[in-house]
Write a protein that binds this ligand. Structure first.
Ligand code: HEM
Length: 448
């Protein structure tokens, strides 16, 4: 697998030096990486308690990641684009999504592409899709509502992938959707994704049997499908009548009348599926898992839904993302030597707005480990203490789509019958950049 022609517009990552970085644990990198993967929230809380809200985590594949974990520094990192650059900061996923994905695009090109990409993701454009999402939920729910413990996350991954194929890619033909499912499942299999985080030599294409070659093959299979799709849709005279995201992107033009190139579109679509599928599925799994273990919140939610309101549902989704942020952080790179919270940050260092830790810090939230959707019914909290979708000019493009999916599927699932625990409350594990329930978030859904 190859790191493409990314133009690195930021300084190279410096070696870790305790005098130039915020304080770090004395563990070696391997130990620290293993501990964080196994128990991310506990490890971060420990570091925060020992060193304060700004500290360094020495985790692979980085030398040292500067983590900020309070509202003020979170805001600084996410909004001060002069000091903290995105784009290059996500270079790890470039072999997967390609260099033209919005996620990797540096400023100022990012602003132009984002302006083209955003309109199809506005809530008003997405609302008409709720019927399609509801129909998909009805199709998938019998697999969940068996009356026995079922892991929600793998179930939800199939569902959210289908939502993307319908709403974002606009694939109507069921057999073509099957082709996409197969190719995308291979490209995003845990083994393939793990390679992104592996040391450089392991990632290289070292011959037909090497993991690097397999990675390339899987990515190329997705590229072929997307290239065909884009060519077909450009040639289709009825394309203008369609309202899926790809159709709208094919027609999008900037102020100079220029649209996306085929290559840009292909990378954008890969970026959207990578950013939007596991994240939403993981959130769905945590929502149902936490509700199953908190019967009082579940009853309050049912009562509110029965009264025709979605207020408590929205608070439940937010509270879930506070306690179990599906994406653990947003990463930037320090453009020059600077400081955060009184700590030094060297140019080129990776800087993480580690909001999963901010969300559960005792000096930021009362009783942070309690699951209490009521606390979010009336807002009132500092915006920068709760940022599951990141913030600033890079805030998640798909937040409204994720919100729509979560609301529609949760309502449909609860409408099916009783929701009960499918085992003990599950600990949190780190998988790539997502915080997942260790056993997939098992619940029992007993159809009425
Ligand atoms: C619960 C589900 C989701 C969560 C928690 C989530 C979270 C995030 C986070 C934390 C970021 C980084 C923001 C930053 O760097 O400041 C992000 C970026 C992004 N997300 Fe999401 N996301 C979700 C669903 C989706 C969906 C459904 C899509 C699209 C189908 C999507 C597309 C994107 C894109 C394209 C970006 C890059 C934005 C940019 O660089 O300008 N996400 N998301």
């Amino acid at each position: 697998m190859t790191q493409g022609a990314l133009r690195r517009a930021v300084p190279d990552e410096p070696a870790f030096d305790p005098h130039r970085f915020p304080p770090a644990a004395r563990r070696n990198r391997l130990q620290q990486t293993l501990l964080v993967n196994r128990n991310p929230l506990t490890e971060l809380a420990r570091a925060r308690e020992r060193h304060g809200p700004v500290f360094t985590m020495r985790i692979y594949p980085y030398q040292g990641v500067v983590c900020v974990t309070d509202a003020a520094t979170n805001r600084e990192v996410l909004t001060d684009h002069e000091r903290f650059a995105a784009g290059d900061a996500a270079d790890l996923i470039e072999p997967l999504v390609g260099e033209h994905s919005l996620i990797l695009t540096p400023s100022p090109r990012h602003a132009r592409n984002r302006k083209l990409l955003m309109p199809p993701f506005h809530g008003s454009r997405l609302a008409p899709w709720s019927g399609v999402i509801e129909a998909l939920a009805d199709e998938y729910l019998p697999e969940l509502g068996t009356g026995r413990p079922v892991a929600v996350r793998p179930w939800a991954q199939r569902l959210t992938l289908d939502v993307i194929l319908r709403v974002v890619f606009g694939i109507d033909d069921p057999s073509r959707r099957d082709d996409y499912r197969t190719a995308l499942d291979r490209m995003m299999s845990p083994g393939n994704l793990a390679l992104l985080f592996a040391p450089g030599p392991l990632r290289r294409d070292l011959g037909p049997l090497s993991p690097g070659r397999a990675f390339e093959r899987r990515r190329a299979a997705v590229d072929r499908l997307l290239d065909d799709e884009i060519a077909m849709r450009r040639a289709d005279p009825s394309a203008g009548d369609k309202t899926d995201v790809l159709s709208l992107l094919l027609a999008a033009r900037d102020e100079d009348g220029v649209g996306f190139t085929d290559r840009e579109l292909r990378d954008e679509l890969k970026g959207l599926v990578v950013a939007g599928h596991e994240t939403t599925a993981t959130c769905l799994a945590w929502c149902l898992h936490l509700l199953a273990h908190h019967p009082a919140a579940l009853s309050a939610l049912r009562a509110d839904l029965a009264a025709g309101s979605t207020r408590y549902l929205r608070a439940t989704i937010q509270e879930t993302m506070r306690l179990r942020a599906p994406v653990w952080d947003a990463v930037r790179i320090a453009v020059r030597d600077t400081e955060l919270g009184g700590q030094p940050v060297p140019a080129g260092a990776y800087v993480s707005a580690m909001f999963c830790a901010t969300h559960v810090a005792a000096d930021v939230w009362d009783d942070p480990d309690d699951f209490r959707p009521e606390r979010l019914l009336d807002g009132g909290h500092d915006t920068w203490s709760l940022t599951p979708f990141g913030g600033g000019a890079r805030r998640c493009v798909g937040a409204a789509l994720a919100q729509l999916e979560l609301e529609v599927v949760l309502k449909a699932a609860l409408g099916r019958g009783d929701l009960l625990p499918g085992g003990a409350p599950e600990p949190v594990r780190l998988l790539g950049v997502t915080l997942v329930p260790a056993k997939g978030g098992r619940v029992v859904l007993r159809t009425a």
